[in-house]
Design a binder for this molecule. Structure first.
Ligand code: HEC
Length: 179
């Protein structure tokens, strides 16, 4: 294995949307920090809808918004390292929203979450109401029996595996073929 470029995305000020500009091309590992989610309200966004049929589960049926920090290049067959996707419900009280995220840590074979959504780290977040978020938990899978808003959050990897052909990402707005 060669040298691993390690870069923690530091993000900008909370008011300014962060970009991938600070990430070098060919980056092979990107580990999110709390600042990774700063300014998420200013990222690309869409109403969250599943592509194809899906069992209803953790995300329920309430309206949701999906945000992503930067789009994959045209023709990509997987999302680049550092790709950050955040999804939340739309309650007026930001602190009451259910917020999940996924960040592509690496595209290296055998790199991260190899038995699940390969390369992706999962997050449960709390919306701070100012376009920043606090990390409640993170990792290659949800903590055992973790609940969120009294719901069992379930098996992120198992359900997202059904979207493996789109690099484990479900949303209609995030189909690789559409970029
Ligand atoms: C029962 C199936 C199911 C489970 C379990 C599940 N998801 Fe999802 N997830 C979906 C579907 C379907 C979408 C796309 C539609 C939508 O946004 O609701 C989605 C969308 C997402 C998105 C937006 C990016 C994308 O893939 O479109 C994130 C981030 C996310 N889920 C995180 C999580 C996390 C974290 C967990 C575990 C705590 C989890 N999911 C568990 C089905 C699931």
């Amino acid at each position: 294995m060669g040298g691993v470029a390690l870069l923690a995305c530091s993000g900008g000020s909370p008011a300014a949307p962060t970009s991938m500009a600070s990430m070098s091309p060919g980056l092979s590992v990107s580990i999110a920090t709390p600042q990774t989610f700063d300014g998420f309200c200013g990222w690309h966004s869409a109403v969250a809808t599943p592509s194809g049929s899906t069992p209803l589960g953790v995300h329920g049926s309430e309206p949701m918004t999906v945000y992503w920090k930067s789009s994959p290049p045209h023709g990509a067959t997987q999302f680049p390292v550092g790709t950050t996707i955040l999804k939340e419900t739309t309650e007026a009280d930001a602190g009451a929203r259910t917020v999940f995220a996924m960040v592509k840590r690496t595209t290296d074979v055998g790199g991260y979450n190899v038995d699940g959504a390969q390369g992706w780290e999962w997050f449960s977040l709390e919306d701070n109401g100012d376009c920043t978020a606090t990390i409640l938990w993170r990792g290659p899978q949800a903590p055992t029996l973790t609940t969120y808003s009294d719901l069992l959050v379930g098996d992120c990897n198992g359900c997202h595996a059904k979207a493996e052909s789109n690099d484990f990402v479900w949303d209609t707005a995030l189909q690789l073929s559409g970029f």
